[in-house]
Design a protein around this ligand. Structure first.
Ligand SMILES: Nc1ncnc2c1ncn2[C@@H]1O[C@H](COP(=O)(O)OP(=O)(O)OP(=O)(O)O)[C@@H](O)[C@H]1O
Ligand SMILES: [Mg+2]
Length: 290
């Protein structure tokens, strides 16, 4: 396996429920992989929506993030391939709910994930963490381990509600556990441009976060709702859809490469897996999913 120099680690985090954390984590990780970046997605949510959304059969999971956090199983043992070449997953299971309680009296409990990930530092280009909708120990483990976080915000009433609490948590983590933590970007999701509400929320969020807000805004689309039910990222479910285009565009922003516009369409050729990824066979990592 080719050794890579530095892995960029990003958490997708907002303690508010249903703001498209999982949708964003899955689809950004997928496009990173399709653009030739070897990527690991870690499902840190007991709901395991990233796990099922990427088509991993829960019955087949041997080791999950729970075993890593609670039983000192190495991260490598829990890594599985996905349907996308170059994208690997550490799945979650419902017993992760217990980890939060079980870790309470453990020394260095906030650093569990960071320690596990440090062993894989040179194996991937990107690591994406899907956080649960809370600011508990699991999210703290995620934020202690990453370089930066993406905050998805739904274009909805009360969009900014709870953000003060999130900013406070970020500050506490910067001061006590991870001084390098920074905001990678703020992603507006489920936008409906027919409504004034969407426009108002976007300008309010831009007032609060300034140029941290991604230029790309994710619209509300039926295809994005349907894809996880088929265990597929949008690139595989309908790579020509608007939701797919937008998640590809925001991935370009993250990679700081030019955004393709072309009337909002991506040419099919763009989805052809690059040679670089093809060479990445991911030897040694678990069974293939789907
Ligand atoms: N752009 C979109 N258009 C339409 N539906 C969307 C979009 N983004 C997400 N959804 C749907 O909204 C619901 C919530 O999304 P998702 O699960 O990604 O949010 P979450 O923040 O991870 O939720 P939780 O806090 O429970 O983890 C899901 O049913 C998802 O399919
Ligand atoms: Mg989720």
């Amino acid at each position: 396996m080719v050794l890579l120099l530095q892995m960029k680690k990003i958490a997708v985090c907002n303690q508010k429920g249903g703001v498209a954390k999982t949708t964003s984590a899955i689809n950004i990780a997928t496009y990173l992989a399709l653009k030739g970046k070897k990527t690991l997605i870690v499902d840190l949510d007991p709901q395991a929506n990233t796990t099922s959304g990427l088509g991993v059969d829960k019955a087949e999971i041997e080791h999950s993030i729970y075993n890593v956090l609670h039983e000192h199983i190495s991260l490598e043992q829990a890594i599985r391939k996905t349907q996308i070449e170059g994208l690997f997953i550490v799945p979650s299971t419902i017993n992760l709910t217990g980890a939060e309680v079980e870790l309470v009296n453990v020394m260095g409990r906030e650093y569990r994930l960071r320690k596990a990930v440090s062993e894989m530092e040179r194996q991937f280009d990107y690591l994406i963490v899907d956080c649960p909708p809370s600011l508990g120990l699991l999210t703290i483990n995620g934020l202690t381990m990453v370089d930066s976080l993406i905050i998805p915000i739904q274009c909805e009433y009360y969009a900014l509600e709870g953000l003060g609490q999130l900013m406070n948590t970020i500050k506490l983590i910067q001061e006590n556990l991870n001084s390098n933590l920074e905001i990678e970007g703020v992603l507006m999701t489920m936008a409906d441009f027919r409504t004034n509400l969407t426009k108002e929320v976007i300008s309010e969020v831009k007032r609060y976060f300034g140029d941290k807000v991604y230029e790309t805004i994710i619209p509300r689309t039926v295809k994005l709702t349907e894809a996880p039910g088929f265990g597929k990222p949008i690139a595989l479910y309908d790579g020509q859809s608007l939701g797919a285009t937008k998640y590809e565009q925001v991935t370009c922003e993250i990679l700081k490469i030019p955004i393709k516009r072309e009337n909002g369409e991506i040419k099919k050729a763009e989805l052809v897996i690059s040679k670089e990824v093809k060479n990445n066979t991911g030897e040694g990592y678990g069974k293939e999913t789907g």
